[in-house]
Design a protein around this ligand. Sequence first.
Ligand code: BES
Ligand code: ZN
Length: 642
Amino acid sequence: MSHRIVVSILTLSFTLAACSQEPGVASGPAAPEQAAELAPVYAAPSEQPVDPFTYANYRQIRVRHVDLDLDVLFDEKVLDGVAVLDLVYVDSDATVLVLDANDLDIKSVEANANGAWSAAPYTLGPDDPVKGSALEIELPDVATQVRITYRTSPEAEGLQWLSPEQTAGKEHPFLFSQFQPLYARTMAPLQDTPAVRITYSAKLKTPPELIAVMSSAQDPDGVRDGDYSFDMPQPIPAYLLALAVGDFGFKAINDHIGVYAEDYILDASAAEFEDTPKMEEAINDLYGPYKWGRYDMIVLPPSFPFGGMENPRLTFLTPTLIAGDKSLTNVVAHELAHSWSGNLVTNSNWRDAWLNEGFTSYVENRVMETLYGEDRAVMERSLDLDALKRDVAEAERPELTALKMPADIAHPDDAFSQVSYAGGMFFLKFLETRFGREAFDPFLRDYFDQFAFKSITTEDFLNYFESNLWANNQDAVTKEEIDAWVYQPGIPDTIETPSSDAFAKVSAQQMQWLAGEVAATDLKTAAWSTHEWLHFLNTVPDDMILDQFADLDGAYDLSNSKNAEIAFVWYMKAIASGYEPVLAPLDRFLMSVGRGKFIYRLYAALIEHGRREWAAEVFARARSGYHPIAQRRIEGIFAEAD
Ligand code: BES
Ligand code: ZN
């Protein structure tokens, strides 16, 4: 056995012990999928099912570091360059490395064995619409690295290339990525599964007038010269790789927090997010120090398909959060909270997405409570509960309404309904109430420590919960109660009913208005927060008549609301009732906002309520401005309706 093999095996045991819970090592019976009765211990199965959304043979070989050297070619809408992957053998007999690739143009593959590079035979498998293709590389003995020369496709689903006209500044192009849940493989050949964590380094070559940033260490005051280097020394799953290139500025909020944005919105962004340091402090106090160095945010062009994305050290945000009154900054609290739940402790499979999103929604709500008080936190939970009920009612099958998602979900997106978000949050709220904050807060703090930089399953959490919280207070909850939340469909009856006095007052006024006792102009809305408006609009009856729409619109110009959340709910109601004056402003909204949470539902509602043609015409005009992920999703919505 050569010296090199010994080294790789030594590294391996370190890697498995330190960097991943996966594959689970605990013995004992496998946790039941839909357990009617739970085993006394929530043992992690000794063989977790492999992530079904990856081709990677990460049970045999693990990539532990990726080095990228890429030219950013705006004219061709292509990233062109080289990826070098460092390998660790889990199975020392493995001779084939399987990577995920999607829409990549592979030019050459080489392997490094004993310090010498040589061409490695490879094949690219058939293209699956969800998973892309398997890149199978035959390795020479003791290969420790592979080097792949490749180009991305202009249609890469994880990258959006914006022309200068599609930016606010109109002068320079813009590029940004969105890799969660499985689009990193459209940027580079990788083990694109949350079960595998990598460190990375990267060089990006861009036009010299542009700035490039990544989800890594970077200097916000660095020179703009078109040559950028990045280093991410902490192991992260591939979906947290991220990059953005464009003409944007930076404004510091404190010594380690700041915001990047196009000029037109830079000051407004820094003002909107000025409470971020207090949010960080709140989470530090609850769950231990922020572990990632800097925390910056970038406000992207309006086509960014999400509210926010928790790319480490550099949260990506939609400009629709800049409402002017900090009313939508729970999204920042949420993305920041992912620095603990999701980025530090990561779901190892999308079936366990609630470990990311539910924990994060819970932490988010605690932050809102700390900064703005119980009333706001309760209002947000109350709105969340409405959304949870809606998603549970609309679920395609009951299995999708339990926290642990079924093994056969068709796409990871299926794991990102309100079941994982609000459902997960309310489950943790339930535990908090039963065990008390004095026990629950330190428990969560220890959980984040225990599993820091690891990828884990629901069962890993339950085991840890059982021995570290439940064991100390066995009467606090029953197995049946836990089981109902995690494995049984539907909303458990142990869920809290958030009761907001402010909302009760809004509802009382709403009744008077609906009964015709007061006109819309007489509603006492001056002090209403965005949340109170959302409650008012969410709860008006579905059969509101057109005069009532006109009354509200006349009094508050809701069709032109600058607050995207309010506008969205108003449009949904108006579409369902056929209130036509909304169509022109809705057209403008759909042309200028690409945030999926809004536009997917709007298109679906338009189709459902007899405006398919109108919607198709708007989509035809808006399409090229949408992110590829959104384009594909909306095409699916139209196709489904046919
Ligand atoms: N990680 C998600 C965004 C995401 C989910 C990207 C699934 C790809 C697949 C992010 O943290 C998120 O949840 N964003 C929310 C905001 C939050 C306050 C609920 C959003 O984008 O609306
Ligand atoms: Zn999230």
